[in-house]
Design a protein around this ligand. Sequence first.
Ligand code: ST9
Ligand code: FAD
Length: 610
Amino acid sequence: MSHYKSNVRDIEFNLFEVLGRDELLGTGPAEDMDRDTAETALKELDTLCTEKVSLGFEDDDRVPPTYDPDSKSITVPDSTKKAFKSYMDSEWWRVELPTELEGLNAPPSLRWGLIELVLAANPAVYMYSAGPKFGQVVHRNGTERDKKIAQHMVDRQWGATMVLTEPDAGSDVGAGRTKAFLQEDGTWHLEGVKRFITSGDQDMTENIMHLVLARPVGVEGVGGPGTKGLSLFLVPKYMFDLETGDLKERNGVYVTNLEKKMGLKVSSTCEVTFGDGQPAVGYLLGESHDGIAQMFQVIEHARMMVGTKAMATASTGYLNALEYAKTRVQGADLLTPGKDAPRVTITHHPDVRRSLMTQKATAEALRMLVLYTASFQDRVWWAEETGAEHDTLAEKINDLLLPVVKGYCSEKAWTLLGTESLQTFGGSGFLQDYPLEQYVRDAKIDTLYEGTTAIQGQDLFFRKIVKDQGVAIGAVAEEIEAFLQAGGELKAEQALLAKALEAVQGMLGVMFGHLQESQGSNPKALYTVGLNTSRLLMVLGDVVCSYLMLRAGEVASARLAEGTTETDFYSGKVAAAKWFAQTHLPKVISELKIAQAQTPDIMELPESAF
Ligand code: ST9
Ligand code: FAD
């Protein structure tokens, strides 16, 4: 039986009943994807995930991919191979590709609704399958040569990797030392060692295209220090005929180690060595030295993917816990304490109810955050596809929300899975008989890769708020204020939201105050800003998610008033909305007080005092 449990009903509720995404479907660039087709897609992919994609998930965690140092290659276990093949054969990955690359070009919100299912069922399969999608970045930024390469990546379903990290360059990508040397024929030879590279090798695709950041050497005007001196090179595992894509000789890029990890073991994490004894030939993407900006096109997508993965795991974790709680009989109802009182399922205990509602409300709030963010991607996509004026505001709001999706979803999911979902199983949760212990191990990585939570917090404040001059955050605040102005049924929770929104604005005021101070007489006030950036990220997540849950709660409450037959579903939505707001919003006010009280004192403390 599959570990995977999905909530397609909630995805559809968000997409169509709250966010009105059906208005985009069946028209303009989504002419071929009407609402019926979208619902069929969700249903079919859900079935595929249940019956095939999820199958290698547990077995291959126990017996993960192996590394052979002689051939410097990785072998993926058979169940994962089958799961991967079933996903690639289904062709559903084409929903993420544009029509010029034979994609189905679905609106981004629908894409993320679909991707959630694959990420819940078997996240490593999604990562291994991302080659064609990387092809899109190659196509978008490439020369005519690169566009041909991109076409092979799609047509031949090559694997692909994003290659940034080095032993001394993790968060600080600009410290990377891998070098690139220009050759007479216009290609480059790369030399260096990268580490922690996801899908660095596997034996499921005929070729792998590595997208590598390296520093050009000996060419005037390029290759300076920091991230701006990095260029992006396409380095294939096998050389190939540019016209046909047919493979030629092995290129000089080899996996030199496979990491042993806490979780997500099916996804290979590799040390990759370039040009050790054999040239590692690369092509400069777009023949332009703009590596970090080009790589950030991949990173933005990958950060959204990581937040979605975290949410997807939290959701399947909750649904597994719920199923268990409904059947596990233990203890008597609090109201019937006698020794011979009838034993009840644990869902009768208030603390288990508290835990289950926390899980339901959080998983559903995170899903809303992902799909709400995707709705701004829809606006950008729509403008691009129809040739309308670029939707700058939507792009800015998407940029603002991305670190929240990545940072907030990953932090909430990992803790929720451990402290609530696994806990619901009692001691059984600690066993490998149930998927929870694996979910906890697999979800921890989401707070780390694609930029740790600390990096997301800094990105949010310095780049997405300060550098943006508050435009995007102002627009989101206005949207929340308009919602509050309109009133509704959930009045007490709306009042909490109004106070919490003020608290976030207060926190921003505190941080801007310290920032200003640091630019004047007290440079150390910048440390105080840095002590609050992760806090800001988490409270912004609390407030935006509460707003979204209350919006959903109002829709659900209207459906109940109209007399729906789905009473359980909609009353569950109203209850979850209230619960999320009641349990998160009061804490935002405490966080403001903590933020106000921060001083740079701990920065003065000698390291030896820690
Ligand atoms: C990793 C992979 O961890 C894990 C999972 C892999 C799974 C792969 C498969 C699935 C993915 C599928 C993807 C398919 C892709 C398809 C997409 C199709 C559409 N936003 O602030 P500055 C740029 S990989 C945009 O001065 P520093 C910008 O160009 C490893 N751009 O930074 C900027 O210039 P300007 C992940 C941004 O101080 C320039 O960078 N590693 C953003 O030099 C310099 O900016 C990490 O994530 C942004 N938010 O460097 C590293 N930010 O200002 C984390 C910067 O002129 N560390 N740029 O515009 C950081 O992010 C650091 O903050 C730093 C700092 C490196 C950026
Ligand atoms: P460090 O940067 O050393 O950070 C250590 C700690 O210090 C963290 O808590 C961090 O938040 C904090 N810190 C560091 N700098 C700052 C700062 N300026 N301000 C505040 N706090 C800071 N990389 C790739 O290029 N491609 C991949 O495909 C890939 N896949 C990965 C898969 C796995 C399983 C793992 C574990 C990593 C992967 N990575 C990949 C690398 C990943 O992106 C990095 O591990 C991550 O960016 C953090 O870098 P680091 O591990 O060097 O930690």
